[in-house]
Design a protein around this ligand. Structure first.
Ligand code: PXP
Length: 245
């Protein structure tokens, strides 16, 4: 199977920095280590409340990280304006609720088609590759194809949070969704909540082309270092892709 791309989400370097204020630790410094560690891109979520990544962070990541930037954002006029100015490689549209601790569910594309279609179109016209973050639900994938998004990112959070048979059922849902999406001509990405224990099964799904991983790796970085943590994730992904584990 072809090599799976790995995007590293640096949001939680910023979470740690913002806990104290000031400049350290710097998400750009993490981003500058990603290529050496075996990652292919940088992911950062500019939330409406700027709770971790700031406007200045995305500007620096876009200009200085030296890798493709995948800007996660809500489908708002403000964010479309920022993306249009910065022209990241990709934008991943996510739902956003102020009270949530992280992105808890996928976008309800089926309900929001009228709002999302012009945003997908506007970003696409600026040469930005648009992905929609969705639950592994065929109805949402059909809607993603109808609004002409080129990419979907499957939400792996429920799979990662489940155990035993429930996890196996969630993996089967992800596999079916990945096939369904590829059948619709969508490029398939996946992410949220992945760790060393959960990554291989998702990496082994042939239609999946890219994983975006953050929180677990930033945690591991405290104990193992950032580069070794990303390298280990890369090793597990590559092993799964080759048919090992
Ligand atoms: N993909 C999307 C769309 C996300 O919102 C997030 C979390 O910001 C991730 C991937 C990465 O998830 P995690 O930090 O749990 O690895």
């Amino acid at each position: 199977m072809d090599r799976l791309r790995l995007g590293i989400n640096v949001d939680h370097v910023a979470t740690l920095r913002n806990a104290r204020g000031g400049a350290n630790p710097d998400p750009l410094r993490a981003a500058l280590l990603v290529a050496e560690a075996g990652g292919d891109g940088i992911t950062a979520h500019l939330r409406e409340d700027r709770r971790h990544i700031t406007d200045r962070d995305v500007e620096r990541l876009a200009a200085e990280a030296g890798l493709p930037l995948n800007l996660e954002m809500a489908a708002t006029a403000e964010m479309v304006g920022i993306a249009s100015r910065l022209r990241p490689h990709a934008c991943c549209l996510v739902p956003e609720h102020r009270a949530e601790r992280t992105t808890e569910s996928g976008l309800d594309v089926a309900r929001l088609m009228d709002e999302l279609a012009p945003v997908v179109g506007a970003l696409g016209e600026r040469g930005i590759r648009v992905s929609l973050f969705v639950d592994p639900d065929p109805r949402q994938l059909d809607a993603a194809a109808r609004v002409k998004a080129p990419v979907v990112e499957l939400h792996t959070g429920t799979y990662c949070g489940a155990e035993g048979e429930a996890r196996a059922r969630e993996l089967a849902r992800l596999e079916a969704a990945a096939r369904h999406a590829a059948g619709l001509g969508l490029e398939v990405h996946a992410g949220h909540g992945l760790d060393y224990a959960t990554v291989a099964a998702v990496a082994a799904l042939p239609p999946v082309r890219e994983l975006n991983i953050g929180h677990f790796l930033i945690g591991e970085a405290i104990f193992e270092g950032f580069v070794p943590a990303v390298r280990e994730m890369r090793r597990l992904m590559d092993g799964a892709r080759r048919g090992g584990a």
